[in-house]
Design a protein around this ligand. Structure first.
Ligand SMILES: [Zn+2]
Length: 473
């Protein structure tokens, strides 16, 4: 298979870097005008306005970047016609988004981690990808896709399901994203499609505890085995790593040896294989849960906090091995997939607030322990003598959150009973109740806001599934 989409991905990167250079230069030039103006007593906004006179407005929205690119492309990239114009557009689009995220983060208008100023994409460092939104593209039959400029491609995986939907007219392709992972090229179609209003599945509510020992434990007593692909492949990866370290890697002013490139590619493929197998296990589990249960209750685990640092603080101190196990089990992915799949199949996802002491409550008599260390894998109730498995105990408690809302302190009038948790316009509902958790040292070692518990029910989202189109090998 030739490197057919690589040129387009390279074009996207070229446009991204070109636009970033343009914006950086513009910002630098503006600074040289704005700073002295402010020193002479002008206001910041006033100075910026004044600088826009000789410089022109900062071209950092997608339309502005596109205009600038179309004016400059003949001189900076005379070869531009070799690739679809969509590829340059997707690079500029990515840049506009990155600049917007940086600007919002800078002004404090963006949630989450602070976003830095965009950086140039290197040839080897950046993931190769581009997106197509207009032109001749789509799924042509059960084995072929079409992309602008590239033409018809036979896929390695069947595209039957999507082809049928398109033929029947019940789906419409909006965009195609082409990307590379470990030498394989994938295409992902974002579609708009009709989905019949689903009937809620008949199965009872199920609590899911994302464990460390097993992938998940259900309140029904079933333990889903952890896909320990990473452990299975760890030795092989270690060997490849050693092999690579003996070969001549890249350094300043020196290209890596061909053998080094080869073993790096092999290691990348091993990682990709593990990721694919793990992803498959999670897809199967989440589909089964969303299809078979009226309500699925999960814990709001903060994966970032759990795996933040091996040195860390509090409960998760010194847990490098645990970090690996937690990431291996991918609780974040589990929750994200449950979010959209429950919407597809008509079930409801309930996310218990992170302060809900699911692990520390006895699932029979509801006594809450003040502290339960993570290393204790079984729960032992001092009051009624129940000794369940720790994860199972937590799963049962999560399920009971919707089975009998009143018994665990959810305010009356808010919850209307079994699986009927109300969803407001934002798809989120807060319940205030008397706290069972009397300890301030809560579930994850932080201080709980006393007397507050959040139950979130979320709906609808579609994630495109990529189709393998070919590989470089
Ligand atoms: Zn008990």
């Amino acid at each position: 298979m030739p490197l057919f989409p690589a040129g387009h991905a390279g074009a996207a990167r070229f446009a991204y870097n070109w636009g970033l250079d343009l914006v950086s230069n513009h910002l630098a030039a503006r600074r040289t005008l704005v700073v002295p103006a402010i020193r002479q007593g002008a206001g910041r906004e006033e100075a910026k306005c004044w600088a826009d006179g000789p410089l022109g407005p900062l071209p950092w929205t997608l339309p502005a970047l596109r205009r600038a690119w179309n004016q400059a492309k003949d001189s900076v990239a005379p070869w531009w016609a070799e690739n679809s114009k969509e590829s340059y557009n997707s690079g500029l689009d990515a840049l506009a988004r990155a600049l917007d995220a940086w600007s919002k983060s800078h002004r404090g208008a963006r949630k989450g981690r602070s976003v830095g100023f965009p950086r140039f994409k290197t040839r080897d460092g950046a993931r190769r990808s581009f997106r197509v939104t207009t032109g001749a593209f789509g799924v042509t039959d059960s084995r072929h896709v079409r992309l602008p400029r590239i033409g018809f491609i036979r896929t390695k995986e069947p595209t039957t399901k999507l082809a049928r939907l398109l033929d029947a007219g019940s789906a419409r392709v909006l965009s195609a994203a082409v990307s590379e992972q470990a030498g394989h090229w994938y295409v992902s179609f974002t579609c708009e499609m009709d989905r019949p209003v689903p009937q809620p599945p008949a199965g009872p509510a199920v609590g899911v505890d994302v464990g460390v020992k097993s992938l998940a434990v259900l309140s029904t007593g079933e333990a889903i085995e952890n896909p320990k692909h990473l452990s299975k492949y760890r030795r092989r990866m270690a060997r490849l790593q050693r092999e690579g370290s003996r070969r001549r890697g890249p350094a300043k002013g020196r290209a890596p040896s061909k053998r080094w490139v080869r073993s790096a590619a092999r290691l990348g493929r091993a990682h990709a294989r593990v990721a694919a197998a793990r992803s498959d296990g999670l897809h199967k589990l989440t589909t089964r849960l969303a299809k078979g249960h009226e309500t699925v209750v999960v814990e709001d685990l903060s994966v970032a906090a759990m795996t933040a640092s091996a040195k860390g603080s509090g409960l998760w101190r010194g847990k490098a091995g645990l970090n690996r196990a937690v990431l291996d089990a991918s609780p974040g992915v589990l929750r994200r997939r449950l979010t959209y799949k429950t919407a597809w199949y008509g079930s409801t996802l309930v996310v218990a607030d992170r302060w809900y002491p699911s692990s520390k409550t006895c699932s029979r008599c509801k006594t809450v322990k003040a502290k339960l260390s993570l290393s204790k894998r079984t729960y032992r109730c001092e009051r009624c003598g129940l000794v369940p498995d720790r994860d199972l105990n937590a799963a049962v408690n999560l399920a009971s959150l919707v089975e009998s809302p009143t018994s665990i302190g959810i305010a009356s009038g808010a919850g209307t009973g079994r699986g009927q948790l109300p969803v407001n316009a934002q798809g989120e509902e807060r319940f205030m109740g008397s706290p069972r958790c009397s300890s301030t040292n809560c579930e994850d070692g932080s201080t709980a806001p006393q007397g507050q518990r959040t139950v979130t029910a979320t709906r609808q989202q579609v994630a495109p599934k990529p189709v393998l189109v070919g590989s470089d090998r």
